[in-house]
Design a protein around this ligand. Structure first.
Ligand SMILES: Nc1ncnc2c1ncn2[C@@H]1O[C@H](COP(=O)(O)OP(=O)(O)O)[C@@H](O)[C@H]1O
Ligand SMILES: [Mg+2]
Length: 337
């Protein structure tokens, strides 16, 4: 086994992977050009377009349906294929529209909580937020991963959960100034270049929004389900809906949603004040199950900052028990026994 600074290693892999992605991007461009022509012809009242069919230059008129079937076949042939993660049984994304709503807090507590409730299961946690990794602090982990004989990074481990994060590969405080293909390549490396096997469940703590990371997962990884984390406010729900729409379009099943900071617990008197919630826009309008709600509680954030997730002290803390209840619902939905 060999130890090494992994930043150069990642960069090399990232660059080689970039070439492949560039090819697939070029193809996507061609496809959208064809789409554009398709919609143009529709716009002008035609329902068929001429397409070059052979190298001899013969053309054949295609109906709209034939054109769509052809586009679908091309996309299926050339876009990255969704593949399972080696040695991982279930992949669960923890996602949100906005940042700061508690995705990382939820992801960490779900992973640690699942390990506590099902000690025989192998649970892993990937921090896919390459720009703002939270996992090292929240899981109280630091240091660079080792490489195994297959050149895969060995996850760091705490509380029985295997973890990987960009935060282990770049020094704390150093900004990651990547975009587009670089991000997608880094994600590919964090997913495929890590020795996750064996893992019964791999939780993925996603960055906010519907950007490159979300697209990478939706296009290239077999995902078993997504959990949407949101706060009660209209602006957060509005962005959560966009995330839901993206998952629906890319055929990622939605396990349910978690309403975080649904109320405020006063740290001096313990009284609870509810925050006006618009969660029904997810639960009623989009039929997404509410897996649970959590108040804004100082104990939760202190536990995060100390790298000791609150679910570890569930006998003492109500919020820890709430996380356990959510874990049980998720294991039920994923058929983990
Ligand atoms: N229920 C909660 N009660 C109190 N603080 C919380 C709660 N959920 C999250 N936080 C705190 O809010 C901050 C942002 O949470 P984080 O999980 O990093 O959000 P995200 O990953 O969505 O950006 C963190 O400091 C975390 O400790
Ligand atoms: Mg986060």
């Amino acid at each position: 086994m060999e130890t090494t600074r992994l930043s150069w290693f990642i960069m090399k892999q990232v660059l080689s992977h970039q070439r492949k992605l560039l090819l697939s991007q070029r193809l996507t461009c061609q496809i959208s050009t064809i789409r554009h022509f398709g919609s143009e012809s529709e716009h002008h009242g035609h329902n068929a377009i001429n397409i070059k069919e052979s190298s001899q230059g013969n053309t054949k008129r295609l109906t709209k349906e034939e054109l769509e079937a052809r586009q679908k076949a091309m996309m299926g042939r050339n876009l990255p294929k969704r593949r399972p993660v080696e040695g991982v049984k279930k992949v669960v994304l923890v996602s949100s529209g906005k940042g700061g709503v508690g995705k990382s807090t939820v992801a960490v507590n779900l992973a640690v909580g699942m390990k506590q409730l099902f000690p025989s299961k192998d649970i892993s946690l990937l921090d896919a937020d390459v720009f703002g990794p939270s996992l090292p602090r929240m899981m109280n982990l630091s240091g660079e991963p080792f490489l195994n004989d297959d050149n895969k990074m060995i996850p760091l481990q705490n509380y029985g959960v295997k973890c990987m994060s960009m935060g282990f590969l770049v020094s704390e405080g150093a900004p990651v100034v990547w975009r587009g293909l670089m991000v997608m390549s880094a994600i590919e490396k964090l997913v495929r270049g890590v020795a996750w096997a064996p893992s019964d469940v791999l939780f993925v703590d996603m960055p906010p929004g519907t950007g490159d990371t979300q697209l990478s997962f939706a296009q290239s990884v077999e995902v078993d389900g997504a959990i949407i984390v949101t706060t009660p406010q209209q602006v957060a729900i509005q962005d959560a809906i966009k995330g839901v729409e993206m998952f629906k379009k890319t055929n990622v099943p939605i396990i349910g949603c978690i309403l975080n900071m649904s109320s405020y617990i006063c740290s001096s008197c313990g009284s609870e004040t509810k925050v006006k919630s618009n969660i029904n826009r997810l639960t009623d309008d989009l039929s997404i199950e509410l897996l649970g709600d959590l108040p804004l509680d100082l104990e939760v954030s202190n536990a995060c900052d100390e790298g000791h997730p609150i679910v570890l002290d569930s006998e003492k803390h109500l919020q820890g028990r709430k996380f356990e209840t959510i874990v049980k619902k998720i294991t039920g939905k994923l058929n983990i026994t």
